[in-house]
Each structure stands twice: as structure tokens, then as C-alpha cells.
Design a protein around this ligand. Sequence first.
Ligand code: DP6
Length: 365
Amino acid sequence: MLQNKDFIFTGNLTSLPDKTSFSWKSPSNIALIKYWGKTDPQMPKNASISFTLTKSYTETKVYFTKNYLKKKSDISVTLDGQKMDSFVPKIEQFLERINYFTPYLSQYNLEIITKNSFPHSSGIASSASGMSALALCIMSLEKELNPFLVESFFKQKASFLARLGSGSACRSVEGELVVWGKHKDIDHSSDLFGIKFSEETDPVFQAYQDCILLVDKGEKVVSSTVGHNLMIDHPYAEQRFNQANQNLARLVSVLKSGDLENFISIVESEALSLHAMMLTSNPYFILMKPNTLKVIEKIWRYRKDTGVPVCFTLDAGANVHVLYPKKWKEDVNQFIELELAKYCQNNHMIWDQAGMGAAPVSPIF
Ligand code: DP6
């Protein structure tokens, strides 16, 4: 079992290239069992599992330029063609956190050029896709310094670094299902990085559809940092962490058997439990909007009337992820267009599906 010390770079720091660049495209992910609550440094209080997405992604290119004079990296970030000075402190904090594992980085200035496939103000968090894309660019540099680095370790360390940027980002490196957090029923699961869920899953879960309904594109009321902190003195925290681990154990057998009825009840219960934690925290928050509830009611009615196995999940916000097997795509897409689109801001939806994870890109910037 890999430990923190195994991720410390041990290669040669004397022959670093003067200038090099790498680019990666990394998708977002949607948790089925939610991560909500952590300890320092980014260690989850319970195990989680997510579908890696396909169409919601971040594409990032990093130019690494050797910095001979200083000991600290100069960082610049450009998002969709615009300089984003406000992103720099978060990246600096990330680089400080990973410095122990990536000592070569402090000898470089980083010019980060990034873009998201989804609009910045869509209410979709870009931290998972953004941090994993950045971590992968850093690992490409590490691979240049150590050509013997094998692919499995490359991915593990990319996920390990991404976690230190944003917890859920460690689940975006691979696909289609990724587990993060030590769990007694899942071999090789770890709090330090995400692992591909390697049990044989029922084919019904392949290319699982996720239509993201952008019910509210506003800024998040509760940042994830604030949200995770709310779990520290939360009266139901321990029960919640146990519940999540139990739900994951149940989900593991559901993923193997293809039991959609139980899949639906676990996934929807997880989404509502996440929101229940926010409703009952101090201070308390309601992150759902009236249209979130309207969409949920419509999904329940449609499922009851037709028997089509469609369900929802939620992130820490008002947007709804509508989840359904690929073989029901035509029916559900029609239902979404006819009955749910009207609850989205400007009818905005993202038709996504589970996919295989991050990939390097040839330069496009
Ligand atoms: C509700 O990964 O955004 O989406 O580790 O503070 O960056 P940080 O938090 P983040 O939290 C995601 C929480 C969630 C549930 C999940 O994705 O598991």
C-alpha cells in the first residue's frame, strides 16, 4: 500500500530542462457517494465513488520556464483568454502543499493557460477538472525528469497531487468509476488518491448518461472549503460518515449486479443526505432552489408513471444531475426536453455521460 513518502520525487535535479510545456484535458466527475468532510491535508472522512464525465472538462497547458534567480515560482493563469490574477493565490497554495513531493517545481515559473468546456458561471465547479489537469501537466514534467516512471505510478501520483489541490479532483484522472477513500470492501482503496473501480460492473452502468440541468448559475453560496468545515462540529457528522461508507458497500454489490432499483435509492439518498448536512449545520444553508425541487418531483412522477430507471443526484448547489442508463437515452432525453428544460436558466443543459478520464492533448493554444 503506497504511503505519502512513496510520492516524494527522488530523481536528479541537476539537469532540468530550461523550458518545456505539456497539455492535458481532464473531465469533471459526479459523485454517487459523496465526499463531505475532511481533515488536513485533504484526507476524506469517508470513502466516495464517482462517475467520471466526458463533455464537462478543463483543458490546460502549462509552460514551465526555468527560474534561475529565485526560489519561488512566478505563476500566471489565463482562463478562456483572460488573465485571472484572482486564481493565483489558490495555485500558489497548491504548489506549497505539493512542494515536498515535487521539489523540482520551485525551480520553474508556471504559465498556466486553461479553458473549460462549460461556461465559467454555469455553477459547475471547475476545481475537480482544473486541478486534475494541472496535476497531470506537472506529472508530465516529472516524467521528463524521470523517463522510467511507469504509467500506473504516473496516474496514482497525478491523482495524489490533484487531491491536494481539491479532494474530488483525485477522482478525475481515470474512469468510468473511481473510488477515493479507504474502504474495507474495496481492495487497494486509499485516502491518498483515487483508484479505478476494478470490479466487473454490470453493462447497464457503461456510458451512464448524466444530463446536467443548470437550474441556477449563480455563484456558490457555500464554498466547498466552508462546507467541509461545517462538518467539523456537526451534530450528525459521525452518523453521516458511517452512512456514506455503508452506502458505498451497498453500491458495490449493486454495481456488480445491475440492480437499478437499489442504485436509484442509494444515489438519491446520498444527494439528499448531503443537502441534509447543510440544512442542519451551524450556520445552516439551503442550496436547493424551488426549481431543484420541481425537477425532483417531475423525475419521481415520470419514473412512477413509466417505470424508466431515471434518478437524480446533486452537488453542493442547485443544479440537478439526471442519471439514466444509455439504453433509455431516447426516452429520457425526450422527457428532459419536454418537461425539465423549462426549469433551467436559459434552457441550459449539458448532455454528458460517463467516460474514461483524462488524456494528453496535442497543443491547441
Ligand atoms: C459536494 O472536492 O470541491 O462535490 O477538497 O475542499 O476542494 P475540496 O472540496 P471539493 O468537494 C466536493 C464535494 C461534493 C461531493 C463530491 O464530489 O464527492
